[in-house]
Design a binder for this molecule. Structure first.
Ligand code: GLU
Length: 485
C-alpha cells in the first residue's frame, strides 16, 4: 500500500483561524492514524496578502498543539522546497504550465486591464465575476510568439471546453458533476510569474506525493477545475475531503470579530491548548460512541475521516469552556499552578498563599480568567447584602446569623492557631455544644468572611488564608451589618 502523505498548506496571511487549525489537525490525524507523513507547505504565492510574522504563528501553533510535521521548510524530507515562492524559483510551475499549453489545455493571455474590465460579468455565489471570453485562445502561434518577444505582459489560463461536463469525487460529498460551461478559464500563472493557488496546489500536491487533501469546502467549487488539470497531466487525483463550514451560535460563518476565531485568541482567553485541539477535533467529526474527551494520542488512534459530517459545525464557546474546565481539573497541580499563578498574582497582589488558593479554584474554573472574580474577596471584602445570610436549606436568617456570629466571635478571638484544621475543630465544638447543624454555623461565618454567595472554599479554609486579624475584622463587620438591618 502506498504511504499516506498529507499536508497542511497555510497561506501566511495572519492569525491561525479555527478552520485552518481544524484542517491541519485532520491532515495530521489522517497521516498519523495510518503511520504516514504529515507535511507543512507554505503557500505564499499571493505576495500582496503576505503578513509579516504569520509564518512564525504557524510554527508556534504547530509546536504548541503537538501537530509535529515530518517535513517542511525546516525539515527536508526530499520533496522540497516547501515554500511556494522558493518552488517558483526552480521554474517548476512554468514548466508544467507550458506542458499544458503544448497539450492545448492552457493558453497565453495578453489581455490588458481595460479589455478585461469591459468583459461581461456574471453573479456567482453573490459575487460579481467577469467571465473570460477566450479571446486569446484565438491567437496564432506566431502572434503569441511575437507578443512574447516584444515582452508583453501575459498570464496563462486553463482552457476549459464549452461543452461537456467534469466529475470529481469527494470522500464526504461523493461524486460531483458540473457543466464545463460553468467553469471559467482560470489563471494558472499570473503576470508577476507566480502561480495561482489554483495551479500551485495541483502541481505541488502531485509532485510532493500527497495522498489526502483536507481543506475547507470553499474550495469545492474549484475542484472540478483541479480535476481537469490532474487529468490533463495524467496524474492520479488525491483523495479529497472538503470540510463543512464552521459557524457561530447564530449559524453565521465564524467571523474574526467573534473574538474566539483564532488559536492565539483562545490561548489569550485562558483556554489550554489540549482542550482547544480536543474541541476542534469534534467540529465536524465524531467517534462511534459519544465520547468527547480525547488526548491527541487518543485522537490519532480513533480518528476515521469517513465519520466527518457534512453539516455545518457550530462553534459553541460554552461547550469549549466546559471542556477546558475538564482539562484543568485533570491537570497535574504543578502545571496548573504554573499557568494559574500570573492570574492569581494580578488578582491578589500582596502576601497570600497563592498555592493554597490555586488548589481551591482548580476544580471550579473553566478558563483561567475566571480566577480573578473567584478570589477577589480575599483582597477586599466586597459590599454585600444582609439578605445573603438567609439560606433556606441551612435554616439561617439574619437573626440566627447575628446570634451565631456574636457567639463565635469570642471563640475566634481566643483561637491562636488559624490553620484550617484547628479552626474547624474549634467551630465543631461550638456546633456540638449548640446542638445544631454544621451549616447553621458555617454559612453565616462564610458569608461574613467572604461577602459572597459562592466561594471556592469553606469558611475555615477562607479564614486560614485571611489570617486572624482580617478574619475577626470581617466577622465584626458582619455583626455590625446584621445589627443595623
Ligand atoms: N493555502 C490555502 C489556504 O490557506 C490552502 C488550501 C488547501 O489546503 O489546499 O486556504
Amino acid at each position: 500500500m502506498e504511504k499516506i502523505r498529507t499536508r497542511y498548506a497555510p497561506s501566511p496571511t495572519g492569525k491561525m483561524h479555527v478552520g485552518n487549525l481544524r484542517s491541519a489537525l485532520y491532515e495530521f490525524l489522517i497521516a498519523k492514524h495510518a503511520g504516514g507523513d504529515f507535511m507543512l507547505r507554505i503557500e505564499d504565492t499571493d505576495q500582496e496578502r503576505f503578513v509579516d510574522g504569520a509564518i512564525e504563528i504557524i510554527y508556534r501553533t504547530l509546536a504548541k498543539t503537538g501537530l509535529v510535521h515530518d517535513e517542511g521548510p525546516d525539515k527536508d524530507g526530499g520533496y522540497g522546497p516547501y515554500v511556494q515562492s522558493e518552488r517558483m524559483k526552480t521554474g517548476i510551475y512554468m514548466k508544467y504550465a507550458k506542458e499544458l499549453i503544448d497539450k492545448g489545455e492552457a493558453y497565453y493571455c495578453f489581455c490588458d486591464k481595460e479589455r478585461l474590465a469591459s468583459l461581461k460579468t456574471e453573479v456567482v455565489e453573490g459575487k460579481e465575476i467577469s467571465v473570460y471570453d477566450k479571446h486569446c485562445l484565438g491567437l496564432s502561434k506566431e502572434e503569441v510568439q511575437a507578443n512574447l518577444d516584444a515582452g508583453k505582459p501575459f498570464v496563462i489560463r486553463q482552457n476549459i471546453p464549452g461543452e461537456g461536463s467534469t466529475t470529481f469525487h469527494d470522500e464526504l460529498y461523493g461524486d460531483i458533476t458540473v457543466e464545463n460551461s460553468e467553469l471559467d478559464d482560470m489563471i494558472l500563472i499570473k503576470s508577476d510569474g507566480f502561480p495561482t493557488y489554483n495551479f500551485a496546489n495541483v502541481v505541488d500536491d502531485h509532485t510532493m506525493n500527497i495522498t489526502h487533501v483536507v481543506r475547507g469546502n470553499e474550495y469545492l467549487s474549484s475542484s472540478p477545475k483541479y480535476e481537469r488539470l490532474y487529468n490533463a497531466f495524467g496524474w492520479q487525483v488525491p483523495t479529497y475531503i472538503h470540510l463543512p463550514l464552521i459557524t457561530d451560535e447564530n449559524h453565521k460563518k465564524l467571523a474574526k470579530r467573534s473574538g474566539h476565531s483564532s488559536f492565539e485568541d483562545l490561548l489569550e482567553q485562558g483556554f489550554v491548548s489540549e482542550a482547544i485541539i480536543n474541541y476542534i477535533a469534534l467540529l465536524g467529526w465524531s467517534p462511534e460512541d459519544n465520547r468527547e474527551i480525547f488526548s491527541l494520542q487518543e485522537l490519532i488512534e480513533n480518528f476515521d475521516y469517513r465519520r466527518i459530517s457534512k453539516s455545518p459545525a457550530v462553534f459553541d464557546i460554552v461547550k469549549l469552556r466546559w471542556m477546558n474546565g475538564e482539562y484543568i481539573k485533570a491537570m497535574e497541580f504543578d502545571i496548573f499552578y504554573g499557568m494559574a499563578e500570573p492570574y492569581l498574582r494580578s488578582a491578589l497582589p500582596g502576601d497570600f498563599d497563592l498555592k493554597k488558593i490555586a488548589a481551591m479554584v482548580k476544580t471550579r474554573i473553566e478558563v483561567f480568567p475566571d480566577i480573578a472574580e473567584m478570589v477577589d474577596f480575599f483582597r477586599e471584602l466586597p459590599e454585600y447584602d444582609v439578605a445573603m445570610y438567609t439560606h433556606k436549606k441551612m435554616k439561617t436568617d439574619a437573626v440566627s446569623s447575628l446570634e451565631v456570629l456574636r457567639e463565635v466571635l469570642p471563640i475566634l478571638e481566643a483561637q491562636e492557631d488559624y490553620s484550617n484544621d484547628a479552626l474547624y475543630q474549634a467551630l465543631s465544638a461550638y456546633v456540638e455544644q449548640k446542638g445544631c447543624k454544621n451549616g447553621y454555623v458555617m454559612w453565616p461565618i462564610r458569608t461574613a468572611v467572604s461577602g459572597k454567595q459562592m466561594t471556592p472554599a469553606g469558611a475555615t479554609e477562607i479564614m486560614e488564608i485571611l489570617g486572624k486579624e482580617e478574619s475577626l475584622r470581617r466577622i465584626r463587620k458582619g455583626i455590625e451589618l446584621l445589627q443595623n438591618a
